[in-house]
Design a protein around this ligand. Structure first.
Ligand code: MD6
Ligand code: FE
Length: 215
């Protein structure tokens, strides 16, 4: 017999955005509560902060990192640094769950044996945004970036290889993972200003993990 509520019983559909890029809907949903606990531990060691861009603009998204290096920005430029400039200590190590989740998601998108060495953690409050950009500060130009969305949903902007290419918009909800690498590695992307809301686990906040293979 067909289900009474067919749309509710359908599993979330994964979507190939283009060659090398997948949206894995709900992939991290079972892990979201534990991910939030790990992020709060990282925040106790290396707190979220608003970085300044080389042009002197203070970013609306607050950031921290874990792993052997962390992504930082200041007036001198963007770089990966093994030391947190705010604490003068190494970044917190990867929680085992982070490595396991990133490897499982990368494999599901066709990138087996994924071992990232950095995880940038972004925190958005309403109106925080990330302008269209490429991730190109990593030496490895093939390994994917694995991006995990937690908490309030956000509109993700998915462009092309040139800044002026058309931009597609999609909603990323808590538990969704985007993986892109190989031929899609340098696609322009961004996050539209976060809309106000209340999430049962994160309140008025969106968190995002982006794993990178830097070396
Ligand atoms: C975010 N993400 O979703 C910001 N970069 O909060 C990114 O900038 C990003 O999601 C590279 C690959 C995936 C991403
Ligand atoms: Fe990015």
């Amino acid at each position: 017999m067909s289900p009474l509520f067919p749309t509710e019983s359908a599993p979330p559909a994964n979507e190939q955005l283009e060659e090398g890029a997948w949206l894995l809907r709900g992939f991290a949903t079972p892990d979201v509560p534990a991910l939030i606990t790990e992020i709060s531990h990282i925040h106790e060691v290396s707190p979220f902060r608003h970085l300044v861009t080389p042009s002197g603009h203070t970013m609306s998204v607050a950031m921290t990192n874990c792993g052997r290096v962390g992504w930082v920005s200041d007036r001198r430029g963007y770089r990966y640094d093994p030391i947190d400039p705010d604490t003068a200590q190494p970044w917190p190590p990867f929680p085992a769950l982070f490595l396991d989740l990133a490897a499982r998601a990368a494999e599901a998108a066709g990138f087996p044996h994924y071992v990232p060495d950095a995880c940038l953690i972004n925190r958005y409050v309403p109106s925080a945004k990330l302008s269209l950009h490429q991730d190109k500060d990593e030496n490895d130009a093939y390994a994917p970036i694995v991006s995990v969305s937690i908490g309030l949903a956000a509109t993700f902007q998915w462009g092309g290889r040139r800044r002026a290419d058309p931009v597609r918009r999609m909603l990323l909800e808590s538990g969704d993972i985007v993986v892109w690498g190989g031929p899609a590695r340098f696609v322009y992307h961004g996050v539209s200003p976060l809309k106000p809301g209340e999430h049962p686990l994160t309140g008025p906040t969106r968190l995002n993990l982006t794993f990178r293979k830097v070396f």
